[in-house]
Design a protein around this ligand. Structure first.
Ligand SMILES: Nc1nc2c(c(=O)[nH]1)N[C@H]1C(S)=C(S)[C@@H](COP(=O)(O)OP(=O)(O)OC[C@H]3O[C@@H](n4cnc5c(=O)[nH]c(N)nc54)[C@H](O)[C@@H]3O)O[C@H]1N2
Ligand SMILES: Nc1nc2c(c(=O)[nH]1)N[C@H]1C(S)=C(S)[C@@H](COP(=O)(O)OP(=O)(O)OC[C@H]3O[C@@H](n4cnc5c(=O)[nH]c(N)nc54)[C@H](O)[C@@H]3O)O[C@H]1N2
Ligand code: SF4
Ligand SMILES: [Mo]
Length: 677
């Protein structure tokens, strides 16, 4: 007997409505739910492959402990007993900071699991909290905080009345957006382009660029100069100066900082033509502008300046909190407009003892500090919650050595991956079909003010448990009430733990659960932000640390070959849901660069940075501009992390340079990899 359950895919923030077909304990298929008010039947191949991931041959079924070199299946009680003893040893010797958590992409959609794990760590008294946000996009909250005093400000496109949409270093057709979800991205971009204009700025003719009104392909890592030019021109012509000064401080300092970036200088830096830049500038000066940035720029060394100048352009053109431009997302569960928002100044705390120069922001250390912390013996027991540091962190070899040296490495995941050989303990977690959920961590990234309750589809199979459960049990062993209110973890359900998330939300949990998809009506979009967050304050257009970084960029060389990232349709970072439909990590190279280096389409090529070398297969294509080569991350081989460095970081955020890395190419036959080191 088959049955169907309507729920939501929680692989990415598009949260597509899906219908899951189940036969006994077998998950048979996943199809798009036409009744979903936002995704309207759309799914991508990753969502449709959920059944394959659910029944994956490498799925974790049992708790495991490493003994005598092997991971052995044990029962939960034995695992928790062992873990308790080992954690007590570590804490007894080195204090609570020696225990840390890396909460990553795989737990970003597990509301209960991540909340309980982080609460446990905090109550244990440890400050060693890391998340994948610091190797993805730390510039966004920092720039927000510097410019309006609120790190939680998330601008969202006005999709109903778009005028001029700029997509900079983001490729929603593949990624479904970056901190702004794009369900059904092809239809969405076509609609935006039909109602207004969509310009894609990307060194590669991306899948999104193909649907755009216009595509500009600047040199990698030169977006800051393009934006400086657009801000300069808007300030010179097209802006009501008096009105701008009413809503913003620092106009004169900003104007001075961008003054060198006239048309010719912008062309020289970006490699773009005068006509295309002038046309874009003309459009900016006559329309409301809505900008979305993505990892192509937020992972670059220029990230902060790009983000700042993007926000600045939207302030200068009076596009923020205005129809046609961007509204600020108040969240459904957060309901920010009902909360007290105290302005903050964006100052960071010092980093951990081994890397004090790396800033601690929003209660977390940058991931770039973690290897030093392990090597220094400060971090000895690490929990990895749905992450894969071996492919996600810089310096893959060093990462492996550091992980191998840990006294305790607890991997909380759903399938075995590159981390498994390093785990001392494995927590086999319930996957998205085996738990109920609310999208609390992506509340402000959804396309409208809404939330979605996702019911459990099947009970956890084998000996899996929802990820919150072992943390609640560990809490009990350490005398900590992790769930709160004395609720017994053995009796609690997922829904019991979700319920409090409704307390400060726009509607209570019972209402959300009954209705499954709730959209706020009237939509809380424009206005609240100016009333509540800006309230009597002005935009800060010229924060000194960002002016200094801009001045530094002016001196940096623009030439050389740059390695840039791209994401792929069937993978999510390192996770390939369907092993029968693999993707390949090929290196895109422009024909001119291929000729110069002496490599041909389909040939292996060596890519080397200051740190290391890898081997990849070249795909010679004019879809990428000269001077840029593109390789996806998330593979054990070739692993881009062999090229990135935990020392090459942004001083304000601790972000590792993962986009726009200077590299050299050579044919495989000419030199052996070791000669590059
Ligand atoms: N060089 C380079 N480095 C990069 C990037 C790049 O482009 N280039 N991208 C960066 C970015 S943006 C990110 S976000 C990081 C990603 O870094 P990570 O988040 O560390 O890596 P992922 O590969 O996303 O790992 C996700 C893990 O979650 C597991 N998982 C899936 N579902 C569940 C679940 O329901 N529960 C649990 N417990 N686990 C689950 C998967 O099996 C997988 O092991 O990498 C960053 N690093
Ligand atoms: N299918 C799929 N979806 C995903 C993921 C996945 O791995 N696969 N990962 C998820 C995660 S963790 C994240 S963070 C998001 C990321 O989502 P996005 O930020 O949209 O990531 P990409 O799809 O790689 O798009 C980045 C684009 O930036 C371009 N780019 C590179 N360098 C530069 C530059 O210097 N300037 C400009 N202007 N552009 C540049 C690249 O060519 C690429 O097209 O996607 C999420 N969704
Ligand atoms: S776009 Fe794909 S991965 Fe993202 S929620 Fe929809 S089906 Fe899932
Ligand atoms: Mo990410």
């Amino acid at each position: 007997m088959t049955r169907t359950v309507a729920t939501h895919c929680r692989i990415c923030e598009a949260l597509c409505g899906i219908i899951v077909e189940v036969d006994g304990d077998r998950v048979v298929s996943v199809k798009g739910d036409p009744a979903d008010p936002i995704s309207a039947g759309y799914t991508c191949p990753k969502g449709r492959a959920i059944p394959v991931l659910h029944h994956h041959p490498r799925r974790y079924d049992y708790p495991m402990i490493r003994r005598g070199g092997d991971l052995l299946a044990v029962d939960w009680g034995e695992l928790l007993d062992d873990l308790e003893v080992r954690l007590r040893d570590v804490i007894g010797l080195c204090g609570p900071d020696a225990v840390g958590i890396y909460a990553a992409t795989g737990s970003a959609f597990d509301a209960n699991g991540r909340r309980m794990a982080e609460k446990w760590l905090k109550l244990m008294g440890s400050r060693s909290r890391y998340t994948s946000a610091t190797i993805d996009t730390p510039c966004k909250p920092m720039v927000a905080e510097m410019m309006c005093g609120f790190a939680g400000a998330v601008p969202a496109l006005d999709r109903e009345n778009p005028e001029l949409v700029l997509l900079i270093g983001v490729n929603p057709v593949v990624s479904h957006g970056h901190l702004n979800a794009f369900p059904d991205p092809v239809t969405t971009i076509r609609r935006l382009a039909a109602k207004g204009e969509v310009w894609v700025i990307d060194p590669r003719r991306s899948e999104s660029a193909r649907l755009a009104t216009r595509h500009l392909a600047p040199r990698p890592s030169s977006d800051w100069a393009l934006l400086a030019f657009l801000v300069r021109e808007a300030l010179r012509d097209g802006v009501d100066r008096d009105r701008l000064q009413e809503r913003a401080d620092g106009v004169d300092r900003l104007e001075e900082a961008v003054s060198p970036y006239h048309l010719e200088e912008a062309c020289r830096r970006t490699g773009l033509g005068t006509a295309e830049l002038a046309e874009l500038s003309a459009a900016v000066r006559t329309k409301k502008v809505a900008i979305q940035t993505g990892t192509g720029v937020t992972m670059s060394a220029q990230a902060n300046v790009v983000e700042w100048l993007s926000w600045t352009l939207q302030v200068v053109t009076d596009s923020f909190d205005r129809p046609g431009g961007c509204w600020f997302h108040p969240g459904y569960l957060r309901a920010l407009e009902t909360r007290r928002i105290e302005p903050t100044e964006g100052r960071a705390e010092p980093g951990p003892p081994s890397r004090p120069e790396l800033p601690r922001r929003l209660g977390e250390y940058p991931v770039a500090a973690m290897l030093d912390e392990i090597e220094a013996g400060n971090l000895r027991a690490l929990f990895v919650l749905g992450g894969n540091p071996i492919t996600a962190f810089p310096e893959a070899d060093r990462t492996k050595k550091a992980l191998a040296s840990l006294e305790v490495l607890v991997v909380a995941d759903i399938v075995a991956n590159e981390m498994t050989p390093f785990a001392t303990h494995v927590l086999p977690c319930a996957d998205q079909l085996e738990r109920s959920d609310l999208p609390v961590y992506v509340d402000q990234f959804l396309p409208v003010v809404m939330t979605k309750y996702s019911p459990q589809v099947v009970p956890p199979g084998a000996r899996r448990r929802p990820m919150w459960w072992p943390f609640a049990q560990l809490g009990r062993r350490f005398g900590i009430d992790v769930i709160g209110e004395g609720i017994d973890p053995d009796l609690a359900t997922d829904d019991d733990l979700l319920r409090p998330l409704g307390d400060r939300s726009r509607s209570d949990f019972a209402f959300i659960r009954t209705n499954r998809v709730v959209i706020n009506d009237p939509p809380q979009m424009f206005g609240w932000f100016s009333d509540k967050v800006l309230a009597g304050r002005r935009w800060q257009l010229a924060p000194q640390p960002l002016l200094d970084q801009l001045a530094g960029l002016a001196r940096a060389p623009a030439e050389g070959l740059r390695l840039i990232p791209r994401r792929q349709v069937r993978r999510l970072n390192s996770v390939l849901s369907d092993p029968d439909r693999p993707e390949e990590a090929t290196l895109l190279v422009h024909p001119e660069d291929a000729v110069r280096v002496g490599i041909a389409d389909g040939q292996p090529v060596l890519v080397s940075s200051e740190l290391g070398t890898l081997r990849a297969i070249a795909v010679v294509s004019d879809s990428i501009r000269p001077g840029a080569v593109s390789l996806p991350h998330g593979y054990a081989d070739p692993n881009v992390s062999a090229l990135t460095s935990a020392r090459q970081v942004d001083p304000l955020t601790g972000m590792v340079t993962q986009s726009g890395l200077t590299v050299r190419l050579s044919p495989v036959s000419s030199l052996s990899p070791t000669e590059f080191r």
